[in-house]
Design a binder for this molecule. Structure first.
Ligand code: TXA
Ligand code: MG
Length: 323
């Protein structure tokens, strides 16, 4: 059986990746499960370790906007937006160049590209002669990891090394956008607020509606992602409590409000109501609750501004399979 080690040795991670192995890497959003993005064998290993369906493409990670040009076509309008957010929690969907394997994009002519803003992984990318494919380092469908310990919990014996870069500061996955001539499409809400993108472009910024079928352009928009094992419901807590909470061990995820029913344990995400801080605590809290002794999770609906959009998106997808 494969032994999984946690460590901080960037050169060791680079060596494993050059040998075609997969390694978990830290980013500012969530931990990624990385492999050589230009090598189909490495890409296959990622899909297998995650038990991820092959129709769900992977993001290519590199270290600079200049490097992106090797892998994709990028317009001046896109570069202008990219310069505001890269490195950072923004992923660009771009027409791919031939060097990018079809397996990475699941057959699509577009590739998703991101420059993670994490010193450890930026140093790793600079050491490597190839970019890294990296989905979130969780088993398919489960909560994304924001610490090395979360990765270990989900992927022990599947991978040999987890590069530890501490707790992810943003804590939700990147925002995926596509800059079209008339509009900026947001394919996944995430760590960069839609308002922040709107602030740097004259084009309208439009969030793509959620899909329910599997034939979708961005499979990340599939529902039933990010789901804890404990049943989770989103909405008005007192209302949900009446329906699902009585006589149960209840965990509540709220922005700042404390609920006083005796069988409720409160997990507030941000004491001062800061929504970005709340987002950064969401997955951590979901992991903690799922590892505790709770029968049910009740979560507030968060304000639909800033990173509140990403929080609600993840909560709603976590809820779906129990409805
Ligand atoms: O913050 C992040 O984006 C993290 C870190 C590790 O970088 N990565 C991440 O990867 O969230 P993943 O695989 O869990 O989610 C990537 C999403 C998927 O929903 C996938 O469907 C979508 O991006 N995606 C990737 N490539 C695509 C493509 N060529 N066309 C459409 N959607 C794509
Ligand atoms: Mg994921």
């Amino acid at each position: 059986m494969l032994e999984t080690k946690i460590g901080t040795d960037i050169s060791y991670a680079a060596t494993l990746l050059q040998q075609g192995e997969v390694v978990a890497i830290p980013t500012e959003t969530v931990y990624g499960l990385a492999g050589n993005a230009l090598d189909t064998h490495s890409i296959e290993k990622i899909y297998i370790a995650k038990q991820r369906p092959l129709f769900n493409p992977l993001i290519l990670h590199t270290h600079s906007i200049d490097a992106i040009k090797q892998f994709a076509q990028i317009t001046e309008a896109t570069i202008t937006i990219a310069q505001h957010f890269m490195p950072g929690a923004l992923t660009l969907l771009l027409p791919k160049k031939a060097i990018v394997p079809d397996l990475l994009t699941a057959g699509s002519s577009k590739v998703a590209v991101r420059i993670p803003n994490h010193p450890v992984t930026l140093a790793l990318l600079q050491q490597l002669p190839f970019p890294l494919a990296a989905p979130s380092a969780n088993p398919f469908g489960y909560i994304s990891p924001v610490t090395a310990a979360h990765v270990l919990k989900g992927l022990q014996h599947q991978i040999s090394y987890i590069l530890d870069g501490g707790t992810c500061s943003v804590g939700v996955e990147s925002t995926i956008i596509e800059v079209l001539p008339q509009v900026v499409m947001v394919h996944r809400v995430g760590g960069v607020a839609v308002e922040a993108i709107q602030n740097v472009t004259n084009l309208p910024v439009q969030v793509v509606k959620k899909h329910t079928s599997q034939q979708v352009q961005t499979p990340g928009q599939l529902k039933s992602h990010y789901a804890p094992h404990t049943p989770l419901y989103v909405g008005d807590i007192n209302h949900l409590y009446e329906q699902y909470g009585k006589g149960k061990r209840v965990a509540v995820i709220a922005l700042r409000q404390m609920y006083t029913q005796p069988n409720i344990t409160n997990f507030t995400l941000s004491e001062n109501g800061d929504i970005a801080l709340a987002a950064s605590h969401l997955f951590e809290v979901m992991h903690t609750i799922d590892g505790g002794n709770f029968d049910v999770i009740l979560a507030e609906s968060f304000p639909e501004t800033g990173l509140g959009l990403a929080i609600n998106d993840r909560l709603h997808r976590a809820q779906v399979q129990w409805k």
